[in-house]
Design a binder for this molecule. Structure first.
Ligand code: IFM
Length: 469
């Protein structure tokens, strides 16, 4: 079944125009390279940290990996047809660094570049804007072996790679995102170790934060220098709206800390050219100093055109553990996420669209950048039914409430310019393997058959109706 084979979306949520979203609002779907491409050793691609991590026993649910994923590398034409059928104007995807620049050093790999040439050309032929993310977590393994993101040199290697990628595609691609969710790269990759490369050291994670930001800034400068035409240049952060669970001062302090390490440690240097004083003090109390050198903050604050916001949920925080203690075993103040008792997705993430409105208004107030929702969506354990359709009304309801939350933020003054659903299709959900399904399109992995879910048809109809309202 293709996206054009049925004319109306079924399910509990008939599509309707979303008031408050203008005709030129950007509508898209998003993916990332390792999660969909497969073909991990094809045409000169070398291993990334995720290829290595997936081989670590117990690292990924079911011992799964991205070797085949959605086989998008070989199904590009079909997938671009599905994207076009959804009626979106933009497709956000990432480049696999070890495909473009095997090993993270040296010249571009023409065979790797050729794949993205074909993808970009096919999108443009269909009138779809390609929105490229340079880094969605697939660091070449050689660069991790040389120290990874905690090492300063990785930032310089990233800037070189960005320049190569832009030289290859910049004649047709105007929208560039440097990094996707540096919080995940730093904290999940180097602190908790639940993502590649699986290291567990808080100091390393904080060094990774600074070098990710530096890599972003150096790459942004290179792209601006190289671009003959104005770019739409940005970074994408995963953000939530952190609030205290009660008006107790310990809860306020916990929310401040969570906001400091989740949001302000990125956005303050990116926009204001300085790290937040309270975060620097909190880090000092843990014996950590950010490895800032002369000129770094100026590079990091290279002006951005757009801030990409990935939103899934929002947390409220308590400064006390369940036994009432305000200091943990590590001697540090407690920062504990507390449930609001709301319904959750299959990831266990609370569904809180009001947090998205609040977040967008806060970003507008504190940072003033135009934003695009570069990811929003939900995993649910949806299944096809007898007639072959996938009636995923939970996902449709989630998307509906969050798109309306975006419209509410716009109506209240936030400059939100677009919304991209995560994800185009079910894919490799990192440490969760293939168990969690986020797609608007179902992928039956044994056959690689794609089926547009009811949420995908609803999204198509919502876009069409909103544009023409
Ligand atoms: O699948 C991920 C994506 O790679 C980054 N943002 C969150 C998504 C859902 O967990």
């Amino acid at each position: 079944m293709t996206a054009t084979s049925r004319t109306t979306a079924s399910g509990r949520f008939p599509a309707a125009p979303v008031p408050g979203l203008p005709a030129d609002f950007r509508w898209g779907v998003a993916t990332s390279a390792y999660q969909i491409e497969g073909a991990v050793d094809t045409d000169g691609r070398t291993p990334s940290i995720w290829d290595t991590f997936c081989r670590v026993p117990g690292a990924v649910a079911g011992g799964e990996n991205g070797d085949t994923a959605c086989d998008h590398y070989h199904r590009l034409a079909e997938d671009v047809g599905i994207i076009a059928g959804l009626g979106v104007d933009t497709y956000r995807f990432s480049l696999a660094w070890p495909r473009i620049q095997p090993g993270g050093h040296g010249p571009a790999n023409p065979r790797g570049v050729a794949f993205y040439d074909r993808l970009v050309d096919s999108l443009l032929e269909r009138g779809i804007t390609p929105w490229v993310t340079l880094y969605h977590w697939d660091l070449p393994q050689e660069l991790e072996d040389a120290g990874g993101w905690p090492a300063r040199d990785t930032a310089h290697r990233f800037a070189d790679y960005a320049e190569l990628a832009h030289a290859a595609l910049g004649d047709r691609v105007r929208h560039w995102t440097t990094l996707n969710e540096p919080w995940c790269s730093a904290m999940l990759g180097y602190e908790s170790g639940v993502h590649a490369p699986g290291r567990k050291n808080f100091g390393d994670a904080m060094h990774a934060v600074h070098h990710l930001l530096l890599g972003h800034g150096l790459a942004a400068r290179r792209l601006r220098e190289a671009a003959p035409e104005p770019l739409e240049l940005g970074i994408t952060l995963n953000l939530g709206h952190a609030t205290p669970a009660t008006d107790h001062p310990a809860d306020a302090a916990a929310a401040r800390r969570a906001d400091g390490l989740g949001t302000r440690i990125y956005l303050d240097p990116l926009v204001h050219g300085r790290y937040p004083e309270d975060v620097v003090a909190d880090l000092a109390a843990r014996g950590v100093t950010l490895p800032v050198q002369d000129g770094d903050l100026a590079a990091i604050a290279t002006p951005l055109d757009i801030l990409g916001v990935n939103y899934y949920s929002s947390h409220q925080f308590s400064g006390s553990a369940e036994d009432g203690s305000t200091t943990g075993d590590d001697g540090l103040p407690v920062v504990r996420g507390v449930s609001r008792g709301l319904p959750v997705t299959d990831m266990g993430w609370e569904i809180h669209p009001e947090g998205l409105t609040a977040l967008l208004l806060r970003l507008h107030r504190d940072y003033g950048l135009p934003t695009v929702i570069t990811e929003n969506g939900a995993a649910f354990a949806d299944q096809p039914v007898g007639d072959g359709t996938v009636p995923d009304s939970d996902r449709t309801a989630y998307l509906d409430s969050h798109i309306r939350a975006v419209a509410a933020a716009r109506s209240a003054g936030a400059d939100v310019r677009g919304y991209f659903a995560w994800s185009l299709m079910d894919n490799f959900e990192w440490a969760f393997g293939y168990d969690k399904r986020f797609g608007l399109v179902r992928v039956d992995y044994p056959t690689q058959r794609r089926t547009v879910k009811d949420s995908g048809l609803w999204y198509r109809d919502t876009i069409r109706l909103t544009r023409s309202a």
